[in-house]
Design a binder for this molecule. Structure first.
Ligand SMILES: [Zn+2]
Ligand SMILES: [Zn+2]
Ligand SMILES: [Zn+2]
Ligand SMILES: [Zn+2]
Length: 313
């Protein structure tokens, strides 16, 4: 009984480091009773120590779910080898032997770890890019698709560029890597596309900077078959979908006694479009471009303003 009496205060201090000395002395000498008393006292407000233990334990469980091959987190279905080494379901089909013990891989699921995974929250896969959000595995995919830290692909209308990176680096990438991108400051500018009648598929791209942001203007000429060409004029924002919703842009063509006006909201470069041909941009056919071009050059007057500002401003 002496040993039980000694262990009680020790247990209480382990579970509740910031407890007052009186609380410890009033505790029962029975370790089980002492544990219960701590739980009741802290029922409404868990102590810092308990919360820390909780966090460390969750982190430990999350670390057990790191796939040894791709280092991503294993989400149900979680597979294992016959000796119990876990492997994610994406890597499993690519393996014939366990990457840890080399035993031939079988298709055994680990249901217990799947249940554990369903109770945990995992860091977003873009955490190395700055995302601090933890999500349950059921919400993980959706969050990561939408995550503002997800790398952006190069928005230059040329699918040969494989660059990816954070939003803040896109402008520098565009002006240093894509030499024919012109930059211009101001909310009301003229985007001059030269030699629009040249044969073949061509594109003109420029960055317009205003309101402290950058916008990517492009004019794309696409061949749709025998003698049929279309031009797509687009204004996309180098920003998130939420940022882009705050702006409105106008494209004006004014030449040879003709006027054409287009107004829309810029799309974010985050929104992928399969091609210009099915996107929401100003579409001009060859004869319209001919009517508005002077000496083979087409001048597009682009005005970008905040969505809540009136047109008069
Ligand atoms: Zn894996
Ligand atoms: Zn194994
Ligand atoms: Zn995220
Ligand atoms: Zn690029």
């Amino acid at each position: 009984m002496l040993s039980r009496g000694q262990s009680a205060p020790e247990l209480a201090s382990l579970n509740n480091e910031d407890q007052k000395p009186d609380d410890v002395s009033s505790g029962s000498p029975d370790p089980a009773a002492a544990g219960e008393q701590v739980a009741i006292q802290d029922g409404d407000k868990p102590s810092m120590a308990i919360r820390n233990l909780d966090r460390i334990f969750s982190q430990f469980l999350v670390s057990l779910l790191e796939c040894p091959v791709c280092f991503g987190y294993m989400m149900p279905p979680i597979m294992q080898c016959s000796r119990g080494h876990l492997i994610c379901s994406t890597c499993r089909p690519k393996l014939t032997a366990c990457p840890v013990c080399r035993v031939t891989m079988s298709n055994i699921r680990n249901l217990a770890m799947e249940k554990v995974a369903s109770k945990l929250v995992f860091p977003c896969k873009h955490s190395s890019c700055g995302c601090r959000i933890n999500v349950s595995y059921t919400n993980k995919k959706d969050h990561e698709e939408d995550c503002e830290f997800r790398p952006y692909v190069c928005p230059y209308p040329d699918d040969k560029c494989v660059w990816q990176g954070p939003l803040k680096d896109i402008y520098d990438h565009l002006v240093t890597t894509h030499e024919n991108v012109i930059t211009m400051e101001g909310s009301d500018i003229v985007f001059l596309a030269t030699n629009v009648n040249l044969e073949g598929a061509l594109d003109w791209t420029m960055v317009q900077s205003c309101h402290g942001r950058h916008f990517l203007l492009s004019l794309e000429k696409i061949h749709l078959g025998e003698g049929c060409q279309q031009y797509f004029a687009a204004c996309r924002m180098i920003g998130t979908i939420r940022d882009a919703a705050e702006f409105v842009y106008n494209i004006g063509l004014d030449a040879n006694n003709r006027i054409l006006r287009w107004q829309s909201k810029p799309r974010s470069i985050r929104e992928s479009f399969v091609s210009f041909t099915n996107a929401d941009f100003l579409v001009l056919n060859k004869s319209t471009v001919e009517l508005f071009s002077e000496d083979g050059n087409l001048a597009l007057n682009v005005v970008i303003r905040k969505a809540n500002q009136s047109t008069e401003n």
